[in-house]
Design a protein around this ligand. Sequence first.
Ligand code: FAD
Ligand code: SIN
Length: 563
Amino acid sequence: MNSATYRSDFLVIGSGIAGLTFAIKASALGTVHLVTKKKDSDSNTNYAQGGIATVMDPGDSVENHVADTLKAGAGLCNEDAVRLIVESGPERIAELIEWGMRFTTRIDEDGKEVLDLGREGGHSKNRIVHARDLTGKELERALLEKIAGISAIRVFEDHTAVDILTEHQLGFSSTDRQRSRSRDDITCYGAYILENATGDVHLFTASVTMLATGGVGQIYQHTTNPEIATGDGIAMAFRAGALVSDMEFIQFHPTSLYLEGREGRFFLISEAVRGEGAVLTNLRGRRFMEGVHPMKELAPRDVVARTIDAELKKSGDKFVLLDISFKGEVFLKKRFPQIYERCKEEGIDIARGPIPVVPAAHYLCGGVVTDSNGRSSVRNLFVSGESACTGVHGANRLASNSLLEGIVYSHRAWCHIAENRGLLASGSDAPNFPAWNKEGTFDLEEWILIQHNKEDVKRLMWDYVGIVRTNLRLQRARRRLKIFSEEINDYYRRSTLSPELVELRNLATVAGLIIEGALWRKESRGLHYNTDYPDMDDSYRKNIVMRSNGDTVLRPLSGFLFS
Ligand code: FAD
Ligand code: SIN
């Protein structure tokens, strides 16, 4: 086994929309190492269906999109950050098209080819650009093809980032570390990266590190997210001392395909289906969203998911029904080819009957705190995409705003670095980091232990930290997680490193952050609903910001989270 050192100007961790767009841009400024823990297209991005929210229609406006986003965010969005993404949207979409992205188009009344605009929950206008219901797949195709033609970018597939390189790895005493952290004086120099096939841990040093590792859906028993979504970047940044915020706001998508006896990743039935008029009923045919919200099925996601949850608890049913069959086979096959085919494989003909659906964990609004240029509180560590907390989503993300956020913030990070080239020179000052210490480790043959711990954490989060929370359940979750975390940390110290172990440790860290955030927020707001505090309380109209030396602080909303 051999550990190597790789040096580049930029280290990009993650190959979803945030990592790929940043890598493409960064390659104009220097060399890029792009590390991804599975195959290059394995990402949440690849599964995106609905599309990217952007103001394109002459009848729409920046103000409308901003207002819809702020309304969904339940008083916790940072309006400046929202304006940034909304105003930059059209330019970024044009760039994607220039890079080869093929969005679905239609011919308008004047015979002109225009982008087809879909509708989703919480949007007052049609403004979602999409590639039928395969937007993410098409995005990954276009971006990966672009990357393949850029010689300054070297892609490392099947390489898992383990920890960020900071002063921490240089053996500073805990007091030094404490002092350094309290001054917000930590620098990132790259990361330790595990080569999955060999078990070697390599040193990747870089002047700038971009964390674009996506979300945390795998923390829950039922999720729309693929296997990669284990919160690695957030856990790594947190361990390194970065500020992390808004972790209590987990978005549950109202409509994932219910299949009897199946667990794990639930296939998404896009909100765009409701955007085309689909209705939700219970098994007795009652349209239960009527009277709950003026937008009915197109109410913001938190409202729809909570109403379905209440409906299921009341009735004891296992699913509710989503009906779009009235649109007919020709339309459905063209507009939603993936959903049509996937349901067909399961014996469900969506042109002839309703689809059984349940909510599933979908998106994390919180993450590593960044400023308007994607900078985290750790020097030279940038974060973009679902791992970041930019202030855009507040307490609830508006549908299809996340792909937009990823491209806009990756672009802004690149602009910032291009204007501050001194950042790139700073990499030559990197200290000599020790090779990964493998001494004293043994093979953890009992893989089953890891698997069970993972399932324990996922079940715990689903049962106690789900759509509806209570103090009692949150306290119980905290106690149980403490026991699991002790076991997991023990394996981690004693075992040979494997990608599964890295992920398990990160899952436990991120689960802890979600539980702590939820315990701190003694109100109900947006995606965080606690029956012990059913109302919104504006003394909590603040971000709950945490960092690893034990601080948990409520930061007032004032411009960007830090500057
Ligand atoms: P991801 O696309 O998740 O990419 C993360 C990358 O990091 C992956 O390549 C992963 O392998 C890699 N990685 C993770 N950990 C490590 C590690 N330790 N080492 C190395 N690599 C690592 N949003 C919208 O705006 N519109 C939609 O229509 C939409 N539909 C969605 C449908 C589904 C089913 C899902 C799950 C999400 C959807 N979302 C949608 C949300 C959106 O897709 C994600 O928020 C967005 O794609 C996140 O992009 P990202 O680049 O931050 O992360
Ligand atoms: C969907 O297509 O419903 C997902 C959109 C999103 O998560 O933004």
